[in-house]
Design a protein around this ligand. Structure first.
Ligand code: ADP
Ligand code: MG
Length: 394
């Protein structure tokens, strides 16, 4: 049995957080600002949230003593990443409110369960096939999916393009599967993307929902590089994206902030249509702009939603915004191993820009170290300025 979700949980209640990365850090900053006490569980002693939380339990996510401590101290427990062990979540939910529900997290952390849920509930997804020892591979289906190019993705534990291989044809797909360790995988048809968008939706246990404008996302090497808001797509398509995200939050009986990543592709007649790529049961990198260009950030909204409070105003405070990620690569401008600090003063000198650095001590290539947000009169201008600032700092 799980403890039913019930608000309002008002300050000075204690909020527990599984995971101490930058997403958890910003959520806990919002919680602290509202007067909550906070407790984070993360095995990394230098996790970014450590400096913000009232207490940081440095232990594994399934450490029984730490889980007990969370249930005793916390009024509600949430998560900032999709991979807390299912058993740990179930244990916590047996004695304390856990939001989002373990069932939602379970679907989001497994691409097979996710695809099944989406299909069962009538959401549009791309052609795909599951590679799993238990199921004999239907040759024609795999050929159909893989012949024109495909991506083999591990069902679990992938992020930022990790655990993925691009292939063409059945033989390459099977070789990639073996290379990925023969774990359960999903093979997805390689889609010709017009663009990628995401919608963040906040939902409370009594069914209140709110969203922000659609973000247009550019990925480089499988990692988010730029988010531009509002997305430069047909308003009808944008409405459809928002509608899909809200319907998805309802279908999951979701509590918290949910990110829905979507692909814009051409349909048979050549018109733009939307497919759901994947969901994240947490605030999302493509919503970082809300820290600076929305009345209520995705992180404050996460706290409000999991505490069963009224949702904050999600209006933008400027006509447009763009966010560019700052990866560890920026510290290495030559092919040397010596990290050089970028010139942040050029970013901080620009009044329309905000610099966020997460406090990670070790810059590594492809590691998310921070981001820059710019507000502007149009999405084009915001994107151009944000990219120029990052280039100038490097
Ligand atoms: P992750 O969990 O790493 O974010 P995604 O499934 O979102 O995994 O894939 C990362 C990126 O790879 C996507 O944002 C998109 O740019 C690209 N991608 C993923 N699947 C497809 C696909 N079926 N067709 C084309 N591009 C894809
Ligand atoms: Mg993704």
């Amino acid at each position: 049995a799980t403890v039913p979700l019930r608000g309002p949980i008002a300050p000075p209640a204690t909020i527990g957080m599984l995971g101490g990365g930058q997403l958890g850090k910003y959520a806990l900053m919002a919680a602290n600002a509202m007067g909550y006490r906070t407790l984070v569980l993360d095995p990394d002693p230098s996790a970014p949230s450590g400096v913000v939380a009232n207490d940081h339990l440095v232990a594994a996510y399934d450490d029984p003593a730490s889980l007990r401590r969370l249930t005793i101290d916390c009024d509600v427990i949430t998560t900032e990443f999709e991979n807390p062990p299912a058993a740990a979540l179930a244990t916590l939910a047996g004695s304390t409110q856990v939001a989002p529900r373990p069932s939602s997290v379970g679907i989001a952390q497994d691409r097979v369960a996710e695809k099944e849920f989406l299909l069962d509930n009538g959401f549009p997804v791309g052609r795909h096939v599951v590679l799993d020892d238990a199921i004999p591979i239907a040759d024609d289906v795999l050929d159909e999916v893989a012949d024109g190019g495909a991506i083999v993705k591990t069902a679990r534990l992938g992020y930022d393009g990790k655990g993925q291989r691009r292939v063409t044809g059945r033989a390459e797909a099977l070789a990639a599967w073996a290379e990925l360790g023969g774990v359960v995988c999903v093979v997805e048809e390689l889609l010709d993307l017009r663009c990628e968008v995401s919608v963040l939706v906040a939902r409370t246990s009594d069914g209140r929902v709110d969203t922000w404008p659609v973000a247009e996302n550019v990925h480089v090497d499988g990692i988010l590089d730029v988010s531009i808001v509002p997305a430069r797509i047909d308003p009808v398509l944008a409405d459809r994206a928002v509608g899909l995200a809200m319907a998805l939050a309802d279908a999951l009986d979701y509590v918290g902030v949910l990110a829905v990543e979507m692909f814009v592709v051409g349909d048979e007649s050549g018109a733009d249509t939307i497919l759901v790529n994947e969901i994240a049961p947490r605030p999302h990198n493509s919503g970082h702009w809300t820290l600076d260009v929305s009345v209520t950030s995705q992180f404050e909204q996460q706290i409000r939603a999991v505490c069963g409070l009224g949702l904050g105003d999600s209006s933008m405070t400027a006509p447009a915004a763009a966010m560019v990620n700052v990866l560890g690569d920026m510290w290495f401008d030559e092919p040397s191993d010596i990290a050089v600090e970028p010139d942040w003063a050029v970013v901080l000198d620009e009044p329309a820009a905000t610099l966020h650095l997460y406090g990670k001590t070790e810059p590594r290539r492809a590691r998310k170290m921070g981001h820059i947000t710019v507000s502007a009169p149009t999405p084009d201008l915001a994107a151009r300025k944000a990219l120029a600032l990052r280039t100038a700092a490097a």
